[in-house]
Design a protein around this ligand. Structure first.
Ligand code: HEM
Ligand SMILES: *[C@@H]1O[C@H](CO)[C@@H](O)[C@H](O)[C@H]1NC(C)=O
Ligand SMILES: *[C@@H]1O[C@H](CO)[C@@H](O)[C@H](O)[C@H]1NC(C)=O
Ligand SMILES: *[C@@H]1O[C@H](CO)[C@@H](O)[C@H](O)[C@H]1NC(C)=O
Ligand SMILES: *[C@@H]1O[C@H](CO)[C@@H](O)[C@H](O)[C@H]1NC(C)=O
Length: 323
């Protein structure tokens, strides 16, 4: 009897070790419940303050999480600064002079370290800040699974190869998301993040002068301060959603049905292809969009996290720990 019990324990332990080795440890919404109970309120307060000074920051934090998760998984690799001997992801083409919010993450990390030193990863802070940015701009909320750890590496080349380009076709977008385990529904729902935030003239210039599937008055409106000549007004900003630029709602999909997508990649979702019906559904039913967006954000947040004893808890989100 005693032998049988210990035999069961050994089998249980062996299976646990095996499943951990093969599948990694699952993330959990209660991961810091006892070790850092004030975490979520600290993040919420800091994101609220950041959005109060600049509403766009909610959008920027949402994008930061996407650009983290698509490169090596959700491991805060995007936060590492370049040094003389290290090239990180910040200077990769999709990120340089474009990704924002690093200072907000630094501020949150400082506040979290003061309350619970050495406990909370930068990767989890980015995940929470993205959720809060979405919610505080009027979008849905969800419980964020936690327990990610921080990378000791970053990949400039993977940031260039794996983050989707705004000139992409629908097939290319589907493949880029498919590579990360995200399907067509996830891709179309996650693209709804473009209901908030801004983009630069140099990014959408080609679309507003050269694309034919664009609403003409809308193209003229955007051409009015984004001239065709490269080098002129390159960094002038326009909202990704022409209707409600700082509100997280389903208006982006309504834009697409009127051929008012500002990026070529946006309009690819509604251009006679496989996603047209879903775009129409989201444009007329924000509850379905919100539900699918939340499910896809949770899926995106599960891309290859470092867990257990892998990686580290960085003391400073910008640098790998020295010891
Ligand atoms: C479908 C493929 C996607 C492409 C090709 C794409 C591309 C872009 C580009 C080019 C910009 C503007 C950059 C600039 O002008 O500096 C942008 C902005 C933005 N993207 Fe995406 N994106 C995609 C998907 C996503 C996803 C999945 C999310 C989040 C879930 C997201 C969130 C955002 C947000 C919120 C902004 C505005 C950021 C700000 O104002 O600071 N995007 N995106
Ligand atoms: C988050 O989890 C709590 C506790 O399980 C639950 O009461 C709450 O409804 C959840 N919130 C969302 C938005 O799912
Ligand atoms: C995408 O995946 C979700 C589950 O993660 C599933 O509910 C949905 O049906 C899938 N959509 C497609 C088009 O495969
Ligand atoms: C339009 O496309 C042509 C041909 O590819 C290119 O030479 C030109 O630079 C594009 N114009 C703009 C404004 O992007
Ligand atoms: C450049 O942008 C500024 C500010 O939006 C605008 O006033 C000006 O007309 C633009 N110049 C051109 C040539 O479009």
């Amino acid at each position: 009897m005693a032998l049988g019990t210990s035999g069961h324990h050994c089998l249980f332990l062996a299976l646990l070790l095996l499943s951990t080795a093969v599948y990694g440890q699952p993330l959990s919404t209660s991961f810091y419940a006892t070790t850092c109970p004030s975490l979520e309120s600290i993040v919420r307060t800091a994101v609220t303050n950041a959005i109060a000074s600049e509403s766009r920051m909610g959008a920027s934090l949402l994008r930061l999480f996407f650009h983290d998760c698509f490169v090596q998984g959700c491991d805060a690799s995007i936060l590492l600064d370049d040094t003389g001997s290290f090239t990180g992801e910040k200077t990769a083409f999709p990120n340089v002079n474009s990704v924002r919010g690093y200072e907000v993450i630094d501020q949150i990390k400082t506040n979290v370290e003061a309350a619970c030193p050495g406990i909370v990863s930068c990767a989890d802070i980015v995940a929470l800040a993205a959720r809060d940015g979405t919610f505080l701009l009027g979008g849905p909320t969800w419980n964020v699974s936690l327990g990610r750890r921080d990378s000791t590496t970053a990949s400039w080349s993977q940031a260039n190869s794996d983050l989707p380009n705004p000139a992409s076709s629908l097939a290319t977008l589907l493949a880029a998301f498919g590579n990360k385990g995200l399907n067509a529904t996830d891709m179309t729902a996650l693209s709804g993040a473009h209901t908030v935030g801004f983009t630069q003239c140099q990014v959408y210039r080609d679309r507003i002068y050269n694309d034919t599937n664009i609403n003409t008055p809308f193209a003229r409106l955007r051409q009015s301060n984004c001239p065709a000549t490269k080098g002129v007004n390159d960094t002038v900003l326009a909202p990704l959603d022409v209707q409600t630029q700082v509100t997280f709602d389903n208006a982006y999909y309504g834009d697409l049905t009127k051929y008012k997508g500002l990026l070529h990649s946006d309009q690819e979702l509604y251009n006679g292809g496989s996603q047209d019906a879903l775009v129409k559904k989201y444009s007329s039913n924000s509850a379905v969009f919100f539900a699918d967006f939340v499910a896809a954000m949770i899926k995106m947040g599960n891309i290859s996290p470092l867990t257990g004893t892998d990686g580290q808890i960085r003391a400073n989100c910008r640098v790998v720990n020295s010891s």
